[in-house]
Design a protein. Structure first.
Length: 155
């Protein structure tokens, strides 16, 4: 009887171990650009395209931490980067020029839910927690269409 219990426990442990190894974290892309990886300015521009404008600065609070931000404007949308490390701190998508994982302004609630299985519904928004370092949020209008996409990194 003890051997049967040991074998059963070993099989359960092995099954859990295999499922953990085969599960991969979802990657996140702005257009075709993987924002989960490290990158530089040239890679950003080659994948997303040249921004309409670039502004340097950041709020007083951000500057108190010893770094500036760079904001790349793409139409009504923007991407904020920290310093010259180009670590993304914030993305706001307000038009169809940019997308996250092929979801853009005008997508339906069901498209967002299907694309991001680990979502939560909070008030009338859908949010996705990304490995305790960022939140991806979708806002919808009365017709159930995406009106704004936000990606915020906890700094």
């Amino acid at each position: 009887m003890k051997n049967i219990i040991k074998i059963t426990l070993n099989l359960v442990f092995l099954t859990i171990l295999i499922s953990c190894k085969t599960t991969t974290a979802q990657e996140y892309f702005v257009n075709d650009f993987n924002i989960s990886n490290e990158f530089n300015q040239n890679e950003i521009i080659s994948k997303i395209g040249a921004p309409d404008s670039i502004s340097e600065g950041g709020s007083e609070i951000v500057q108190e931490f010893g770094y500036n931000t760079y904001t790349y404007k793409y139409g009504l949308s923007d991407i904020d980067f920290k310093d010259e490390s180009y670590a993304i701190t914030n993305i706001n998508i307000k038009d169809t020029r940019l997308s996250i994982n092929d979801i853009t302004i005008g997508a339906t609630i069901s498209e967002v839910k299907n694309k991001f299985k680990n979502h939560e519904e909070i008030n009338d928004d859908i949010t996705v927690n990304i490995q305790d370092y960022a939140i991806l949020s979708f806002k919808f209008n009365a017709n159930g269409l995406v009106t704004k996409i936000s990606y915020v990194v906890f700094t």
